[in-house]
Unconditional design. Sequence first.
Length: 302
Amino acid sequence: MGLSKGKEHTTDVSMDGRVCIVTGANSGVGFEAALRLAQGNAHLVMVCRNRQRGEEAKAKIEASVKGPVDLLLADLSSLAEVRRLGKELLDRYPKIHILVNNAGMHSTRRTVTVDGFETTFAINHLAPFLLTHLLLERLKASAPARIVNVNSKGHRFGGLNLHDLHWEKRHYFGIRAYGASKTANLMFTRELADKLKGTRVTINAMHPGEVKSRMGSNNGWLWRKVYKALLVDPLLKPASISGDAIYYLAASPELDGVSGKYFNLTQLEKPFPHALNRSVGHIVWLLSEQFTGLVTRDTSLT
């Protein structure tokens, strides 16, 4: 690929006329990605859970750009909501060129979704898995097109257990559940990249850098005030660096045909070894198809 190490890569290539979807677009990394894409003249589609925060973020972006900015609402913890969102996107946009799967969460305690899945796994992996599949034929028809999965160095914490993906049998550790969800997302990225060969649709994952965001804001006051404010926030950089990196991954001609890779911002990196296990990745894919209702076969492990 020829990408050099060191200084982050940038591009000023216009996204004029290209429909770009960003999930979790109202704050942090998602907002900065949405803003940068809109500044690049993209037709921006923001997907947010909260209407008020979404409208406020949309107004901020519209104040600095001239192109179209749309807001769609969806709670990505619900697979029914993901399906409704997918249908709305297909109904409204004859072409879809860029999908940025950014929405994510970290929780210090185990909760389950309306579908009965551990919430971190559902939002960080199952939701983008399903949404991507729902939009895949439209992306192929709009090619060249790109999918960017906002992942994390947190995948290094592991936690992926094929016999207990939803932490029903083990003591719940939030950081390991987060690592498991991001590991599954990385495996999904590599599996789909193989299936997309020859389609002119690419998919890559990226760590958005150590930046300030609302990640973990759903947790209790102790985590927010002590862990986040005292131990993390002083070391964090502005989320705008993530927006620039996502724009590069979505727009740069240097990445034409590059797929199935993992980037730290714009620098190519190798994921931790457990995330490279293709045998496990294949099983995660089959289970994810079953969980999201994309297939009806029973792939339960014995």
